[in-house]
Design a protein around this ligand. Structure first.
Ligand SMILES: C[S@@+](CC[C@H](N)C(=O)[O-])C[C@H]1O[C@@H](n2cnc3c(N)ncnc32)[C@H](O)[C@@H]1O
Length: 401
């Protein structure tokens, strides 16, 4: 297999993340085309796919387009899939998982589509090898993604396998952890580039602080994992892969001129965050504190402060949280001058309790909940948020639609 041959790669991400994924891909030097609200297409090689699996912070998966065809019914689907030379990329000893997204009038059952697609692949391999691969739901081996929309089908090898948001460092999730890729995207949206001090009160399991450390240390998130679907492709060259991993690791920074600060009032959250930071290899770059968010030590020269309070969607919880949101406003005003404060929340009526207008309101999704990253730049000295005029100007430039 020629791993340097140009192929079509589709990089997927969560809704709201495309602008940040685009930025990452551009910084890595790729020409790209935005293909949907959750994907970007590039022409690049399988070697690039290896590189992207290691380097990207905001992507969910790197798909390699195998085949694109018209399809009217399940029999045509079987015929088209079985005519692909699977023996060139899958050994019969592998385990196969099919993930299908079906939106076509004739079919309303994606399990049936998965079954037909799986049969098409294993029947072909059986004819050639007289032995068939096992199949099932685990995504830690060969993963095939099938998108069937109206009368069009796209068949991909998902080179990532398990989602890239699953970095592997979160040994203890604690309560309501955010996905690692969402945390990395919020940092990008907050213009965090790794040279500023980062402060994360209400850190929970530490996802934001750990992702900030990875960015500051130029540590590629994919190096934390040692299993991707691409490792299972037939004729996969592990020497090239190891050399690439070493090259990527050689760009890491070993020291930082500041400490990232993470705090939580819950001792168990800090325990989990510390364990996760150890697993990610960044624990020595984060100072952890067990304290109320408003007692978090803020360095004199300020930095970027992000809080992710609970949203209180269940009955009765919202009124209990009103005071917390009000106190976040006071904390920004009284303790964070010179910093830019951010609140990530899925509850806009609670966000109003913060007490002043956000200069930017960016939309993201935490699982299915529509959330906002709200920005509050704080003046040095005046202990007041930036002037109304300036806020209005920035709001005009804001990305909320
Ligand atoms: C939604 S969770 C944060 C999840 C985090 N982003 C993660 O990825 O794990 C909110 C956290 O705020 C903490 N918390 C709630 N009230 C607090 C307070 N008054 N002071 C400090 N921490 C608080 C909770 O213990 C919880 O860990």
């Amino acid at each position: 297999m020629d791993i340097n041959k140009p192929e079509t790669l589709v990089i997927t991400c969560a809704k709201g993340v495309v602008p940040y994924l685009k930025l990452e891909l551009e910084q890595l030097g790729y020409d790209l085309k935005i293909s949907s609200e959750t994907s970007i297409e590039i022409t690049a090689s399988l070697y690039d796919a290896m590189r992207l699996n290691l380097l990207l912070h905001s992507a969910v998966s790197v798909l390699w387009l195998l085949k694109h065809f018209s399809c009217s019914d399940p029999d045509k689907l079987y015929k088209e899939i079985t005519s692909f030379p699977w023996e060139n990329i899958i050994l019969p000893t592998e385990y196969i998982t099919i993930v299908s997204h079906v939106n076509t009038a004739s079919i309303n059952n994606s399990i049936f589509v998965n079954q037909r697609a799986k049969d098409a692949i294993v029947d072909r391999l059986f004819k050639i090898h007289n032995s068939r691969p096992n199949s099932g739901p685990a995504k830690d081996n060969i993963v095939i993604n099938l998108y069937w929309k109206d009368d069009k089908c796209w068949l991909y090898l998902n080179t990532s396998g398990v989602k890239l948001s699953n970095r592997g460092y979160r040994k203890i999730p604690h309560t309501a952890p955010m996905q690692e890729t969402l945390a990395a995207t919020l940092l990008s949206a907050a213009d965090y580039n790794g040279s500023q001090t980062f402060i994360n009160p209400m850190c929970g399991s530490g996802t934001l602080a750990i992702e900030a450390a990875l960015i500051a240390l130029k540590k590629a998130p994919g190096l934390l994992r040692d299993n991707f679907c691409l490792n299972h492709i037939k004729d996969f060259d592990s020497e090239i892969w190891e050399a690439l991993r070493e090259e990527v690791a050689s760009g890491e920074i070993k020291e930082l001129p500041f400490k990232i600060i993470a705090s939580d009032s819950d001792e168990k959250a800090i325990e989990a965050a510390k364990k996760n930071a150890i697993a990610a290899g960044v624990d020595s770059f984060i100072d952890f504190f067990i304290c109320s968010f408003n007692d978090t030590p803020i360095p004199e020269k300020g930095g970027i402060v992000i809080l992710n309070p609970e949203y209180g969607h269940r009955l009765g919880e919202e009124s209990e949280l009103e005071n917390t949101y009000k106190e976040i406003g006071d904390f920004f005003k009284n303790k964070c001058s010179g910093s830019t404060g951010y609140v990530f929340t899925g509850n806009l009526s609670l966000a109003k309790k913060i007490g002043f207008k956000a200069s930017r309101r960016l939309i993201f999704f935490n699982a299915r909940i529509e959330c906002r990253l709200l920005e509050y730049p704080m003046y040095i000295g005046s202990k007041q948020p930036k002037g109304e005029k300036e806020k209005e100007k920035r709001e005009g430039e804001g990305k909320e639609e």
